[in-house]
Design a protein around this ligand. Structure first.
Ligand code: HEM
Length: 406
């Protein structure tokens, strides 16, 4: 926290003062403030008890992670799972029986998974890779730091102390979802999702032991839905806003791959939206009350944008351009919560050039209409994506045993 500048501190205080009173209710307040009204009839299960997902976690994974942590076997388990990488790969020998049983069940695709749709989604991900990676990687990242509980969970968990490693690990799942063989035997999506499910369960066990953690048990079903909407729901809304032509089959397929991913991450079927209409309605219900400015979110945003500006090929993207692209993707409200600096030169340039760039890419406007600045922005977007996609190479998602050390 030492490098949190005074200006950022003030900004964060200001934003909280203005907006926080309404949106950062304590869990106890939240319990009485809002009712869960999203109907389970709009879910992939088609029915459900309608229980408020803020008070539901992961009843299958949580006791498994707790037992692993309490018995001190996590380092051995992580070592055994290091080379478990392919969807079709048998689990290694030597895992505790209860973990083996959990993972065998957790790795099964839901009965409603549709391989044809998953294949189409993979193709869509390839064709729309530029937009999707930018929206899911940079956009999703900047949104997640403006989600109060997520920013704090990430900050005070082990990964919060090493954001570079964390970005690398998180990007592995994004990369797996976008890969052509995501849910095919040779793909990695099932593996990354099951590992992530265990990481989340471990965090639920560990974080409440942190002296800095004041809330309820983290990563509830509601929290996971909030984050989920910053990925597919946000990306689809943005692409439609940018007038990217998307046919009905692509749209349904893209929703489907994320429905399956939600299931594999341990989100209950009764909460997974069955259609974009249901997703949009749920997003509008869960996202606004979950978002606000926090000191932790501001610091994490600063680290993330600093990494982007530094580590993409030297000199190709300036920090001001990074800031402007991030602000353009998430909008002023979220950018201000994250204390992303305003950029007098690049902010207007990005807002003016990006829609023309999309239109050109989609064959809707001729080349001479594309302003020069657009190509700098186009290159920046590519560098951003390269950064996210290469980050994860060689890293392994493993189960943490501690919270943030300091
Ligand atoms: C870990 C993705 C929801 C907090 C991870 C990892 C991935 C991931 C891939 C493993 C990488 C790593 O170990 O750093 C997702 C996705 C989500 C989601 C796709 C929803 C669709 C959430 C939510 C929270 C959260 C809602 C908190 C409110 C964390 C934390 C870690 C983690 C604290 C562990 C960091 C560490 O100590 O290393 N997540 N996550 N995640 N996630 Fe999530």
């Amino acid at each position: 926290m030492a490098n949190l500048s005074r200006r950022k501190m003030l900004l964060s205080g200001g934003a909280l003062g203005a907006i926080g009173a309404l949106s950062v209710a304590s869990p106890a307040q939240a319990r009485t403030l809002m009712n869960w009204t999203w109907a389970p009839s709009g879910s992939v299960a088609g029915a459900g008890a309608g229980a408020d997902p803020r008070w539901v976690w992961d009843e299958e994974a949580d006791p498994v992670a707790a037992a692993l942590l309490d018995s001190g076997v996590v380092p051995q388990v992580n070592a055994l799972l290091k080379n478990w990488t392919r969807n079709d790969q048998p689990l290694p020998d030597g895992l505790p029986d209860y973990l083996h049983a959990f993972m065998e069940k957790a790795r099964q695709l839901p009965a409603w998974a549709d391989q044809a749709k998953l294949n189409q989604a993979a193709d869509f991900n390839k064709r729309r890779g530029l937009y999707l990676n930018l929206l899911n990687g940079v956009g999703g990242g900047m949104l997640s730091t403006a989600i109060v509980k997520e920013a704090q969970a990430v900050y005070y968990s082990k990964g919060g102390a090493d954001m570079e490693d964390r970005v690398a690990k998180t990007s592995m799942l994004g990369f797996a979802v976008g890969a052509l063989d995501a849910y095919q035997p040779a793909g990695t999506c099932i593996v990354q999702a099951v590992k992530t499910r265990l990481v989340h369960a471990a965090v639920r066990h560990l974080l409440p032991q942190s002296p800095y953690w004041t809330g309820d048990v983290p990563i509830s079903q509601n929290d996971m839905l909030v984050t989920w909407h910053t990925l597919p729901t946000f990306a689809m809304r943005k692409m439609l806003e940018w007038k990217v032509p998307i046919n009905a089959a692509d749209s349904a397929a893209y929703l489907h791959v994320w429905q399956v991913t939600a299931h594999m991450l341990g989100i209950r079927d009764e909460y997974i939206p069955a259609s974009w209409d249901a997703a949009n309605a749920q997003s509008d219900q869960v996202l606004p009350p979950a978002m606000a400015s926090t000191r932790e979110g501001i610091e994490l945003t600063d680290i993330l944008l600093g990494q982007l500006a530094e580590q993409t090929s030297p000199g190709s993207i300036s920090r001001p351009l990074c800031n402007a692209l991030a602000r353009y993707l998430v909008g002023d409200q979220v950018a201000d919560w994250d204390a992303i600096p305003r950029e007098p030169v690049w902010d207007p340039a990005v807002s003016a050039a990006w829609p023309v760039l999309v239109a050109f890419r989609e064959g809707l406007v001729p080349l001479p209409l594309v302003p020069e600045a657009a190509w700098v922005i186009d290159e920046a977007a590519r560098q951003y994506i390269l950064f996210y996609l290469t980050k994860g190479q060689g890293t392994v998602i493993d189960i943490p045993t501690i919270n943030r050390p300091s």
